[in-house]
Design a binder for this molecule. Sequence first.
Ligand SMILES: [Fe+2]
Ligand SMILES: [Fe+2]
Length: 471
Amino acid sequence: MSSVDLNAKIPNNVGLADDKKLLRALEAWQPNYIDWWKQMGPEGFQEKDVWLRTAISVDADGWAHFDYVKMPDYRWGIFLADAQPERTIGYGDAMGQAAWQQVPGEHRNTLRRLIVTQGDTEPASVEQQRRLGDTAPSLYDLRNLFQVNVEEGRHLWAMVYLLHSHFGRDGREEAEELLQRRSGNADKPRILGAFNAPIDNWLDFFMFTMFTDRDGKYQLLALAESGFDPLSRTTRFMLTEEAHHMFVGESGVERIVQRTCELMKQDPNEDARAQGGIPLDMIQRYLSLWFALSLDLFGGEISSNAASYFAAGIKGRANEDKYAEHTGLDQVYRMAVPKDGGLSQDEVPLRNAMNEVLRDAYVEDCERGIERWNKRIAEAGIGYRLRLPAKTFYRHIGLYAGMPFDMDGRLLSAEDWEKGKGAWLPTAADREYVATLQQPVYEPGKIANWIGRPPRGIKGLPFEYEYVRLV
Ligand SMILES: [Fe+2]
Ligand SMILES: [Fe+2]
C-alpha cells in the first residue's frame, strides 16, 4: 500500500515530497484553485462549519475522516488507488502489453484531451450548483450538496495532478485554463454543453446527481481500464467518492416520490400539487429531460474515435473483465440508423459502437434506480409508473440529434412533436411551480414539505444533527 502524507500542504499518497519540481508546480497552482473556489464555489456558505468527509487514504474501509470544516479549509488531496502489480492492458490491439507508467508519445494528445475534458466537468458542476445552498430543503441536504461540491473539487485536483506530472508545460497551461473557464460564460464556457446551464432548483440537482453523475461513473469506469496506469489508478479512487453523489441523487428523488405519494393520499382528489408536492407526471418530465441530456454525454453512436481509443488501450468498456471477448474484432452491434426519413437496422463494427456499448451499461444502471422509485409508488398503492424514455428521445448529439422521437422511440412529424412535447418535457409552468417550492429550511430536524425525510442521517448520526452550523 502507498503511504499517505496527510500533514503536507497537499495531502497525498503519490510521494509528492520526493518530487520537488512537481510539488512546486502544484503548490503554485493551489492558491489559484482556492481563489477559484472562493469565487465560484457555494455562495454564501464559505465561512460556515460543514460536517464533511475528507479522503485520507485509499483503504476500502476507513478511507475517510468526518468532521466540521469550513469549505475553503477543506484538505483537497491527491490519492491514487493502489497499483496492481504487473498490470497489463486487457483489451484491443494492445491487449497483454504492460500498462504504461508514462504517457506514450503517440497517445499524448489524445490522453491530454480526455483528461482535460473529464477534468473540466468537475469544477463546472460546482459552478452550476453554487446558488443551491440558498434554497436547501434541510440541513442534511445542504450538507450533501457541499459534500458533492468539495469532492468535485478534489476530482479536479486528481486530473490536474495528471496534467502536471505527465504533460509538462502543456499540462500546466491546461491546469490553469481549467480554473479560467466558467460555466455559462459566453467567452470562456465549460467544454461540454450540458455543464453550461445553472442548476437552480433541487429537483434538477437530484436528477443531475442521479443521471449526470452516473454518466461520470461510466466514463470513470471506462478510464479505469486505461492502459495509462496513473489515469486508471486515479479514476478507480474517484469512483468510491462518486458512489455517494449518485446516492444523493437516487435517494433524493426517491424521497420526493415518497412524499408525493403521501401527499396524494392526504388529498381527496389524490392531487399532490394541491398539498404542495411535486406531481408524479412532473417528476417524470424532469426525469426524461435529464436522462436524455446525460445520454448525449456518451458521444456519437458510431465513432471512429471510440474505436481507436479501444484499439490503442486508452479507454475500455466499463468492467472490461466481465466481457468474454476483448479484441472487439469480427463482431457487430445492431442499431437503428436514420435513413430516408425513417430508421433502418444496421450492423456497425463493434469497436465503432463502443460509446453505445457504454451507454447501454449506463441505461441498465439507471433502470435499477427507476425500479426502486417505482417500488415506493407501488408500496403506497398508487397506480403510476416512472420510466426511462427511449434512447432516441430528445437527443442533441449523435445519430438521433434533433429528430422528433416520442418517449417510446416512435419517429413523429415535427407537428406531432410540438403538440406532444409539453407532456414529455418540463414546461415553463412546471419550472415556475418547482421554483415556488424552493424555500430554505435550515432548522435542524425540519424538512421542506415537498420531500421526505431520509431514513437515516450521515455516518450513523440522526437526521436531526446540525450538519451545517449556520450561526
Ligand atoms: Fe466528479
Ligand atoms: Fe460526482
